[in-house]
Ligand binder design. Structure first.
Ligand code: NAP
Length: 295
């Protein structure tokens, strides 16, 4: 594809970390002639305008979606069904609807049936983020060198899929098309379980500090500090992810609990070889992630 503009009017529904990063990247790489957004709070709308991310910011998602040729849902996944119902009556045939949600099966189930005939839905998940929220926290380079997974339902217009894929490629991402169920199983182990563990560890340490009056936070070593960064991620976004990907997450929690119990037994029995074998294998995995430039 050429360097030309990909979309005339892009409407971002939600302009937090991911929506504002997408707006910045689209501006930097000249991918849209015009970008508008909707956001719930006046503060986010004012900030998006002040930062020059959008030409118009509205409280009403339908009013920005009405004349867009690409609409991207960039809010917590639990809001998608309500927002899709709001925008569906005003969407023009040919408009593409996409999203950036971290869960894909529930999103496809919530959004696709509400869209009118002739409006393709191309779900997307950029595997990129930070623990920060809001329009001021975004940056154009967020997606560079990161994967973006597309999970179009069977029969989705291939031209629409390619257009969304090209958008993410031009934002610097590598794109892969994947089945939504597979996406959710993979992300349950690579992203959702690690976040759950971080939330648990930081919660346990905080309770422990209160119970024992020991100085857990003051003397937190790098291991705990790294967990606190992950556990600072947006509470509403993560609540929605766990509720929307319930089955896949429950399955990996079961596997994780069994493996943790095995480690507990090895420690109790003094089985050093078991511990060393596992830690050697996991160290090799870290090296392969560094080699793949995903560290
Ligand atoms: P964020 O920074 O918290 O921004 C969320 C945006 O959604 C804000 O503009 C917020 O508006 C709006 N919003 C929240 N609740 C709403 C509601 N009930 N109705 C209408 N608008 C609402 O979140 P984010 O990190 O950009 O995440 C957005 C999406 O990206 C989520 O679906 C998440 O799963 C996905 N994602 C996140 C990451 C990550 O690391 N953060 C990575 C990949 C994908 P106000 O500011 O006005 O409240």
């Amino acid at each position: 594809m050429s360097d030309d503009v990909l979309f005339d009017r892009v409407a971002l529904i939600g302009i937090g970390l991911i929506g504002s990063s997408l707006a910045r990247a689209m501006k930097q790489f000249g991918l849209a002639r015009d970008i508008t957004c909707s956001a719930r709070s006046q503060a986010s709308r004012d900030k998006a305008l002040e930062l020059g991310l959008v030409s118009r910011a509205s409280a009403d998602a339908a009013s920005v979606a009405a004349d867009a040729d690409l609409v991207v849902l960039c809010t917590p996944v639990g809001t998608y069904a309500g927002l899709a119902a709001e925008i569906a009556p005003v969407l023009r045939p040919g408009t593409i609807v996409s999203d950036v949600g971290s869960v894909k099966m529930a999103v496809v189930q919530d959004v696709a049936p509400l869209l009118p005939e002739g409006v393709p839905f191309v779900p997307a998940h950029p595997i990129a983020g930070t623990e920060f929220s809001g329009p001021e926290s975004g940056f154009a380079e967020l997606f560079r060198g990161r994967w973006c997974l597309l999970t179009p339902p069977e029969g989705t217009d291939p031209v629409a899929v390619e257009k969304v894929a090209e958008l993410w490629r031009r934002c610097g991402s590598m794109v892969e098309i994947m089945d939504a169920a597979r996406h959710d199983r993979v992300l349950a182990i690579t992203s959702h379980l690690p976040h759950l563990i971080a939330y648990t560890i930081v919660g346990t340490a905080t309770d422990l500090e209160e119970d024992t009056r020991s100085e857990v936070i003051k003397f937190s070593a790098s291991g705990f500090r790294d967990f606190t960064r992950i556990a600072a991620s947006d509470p509403v976004m993560w609540r929605d992810i766990f509720l929307s990907n319930r089955e896949a997450v429950l399955e990996v929690i079961q596997r994780f609990t069994e493996d943790l119990t095995a480690l507990q037994r090895a420690i109790r029995r003094g089985e050093g070889d078991t511990l060393e074998d596992l830690f050697t294998r996991t160290r090799a995995i870290r090296r392969s992630i560094v080699d793949a430039k995903q560290a």
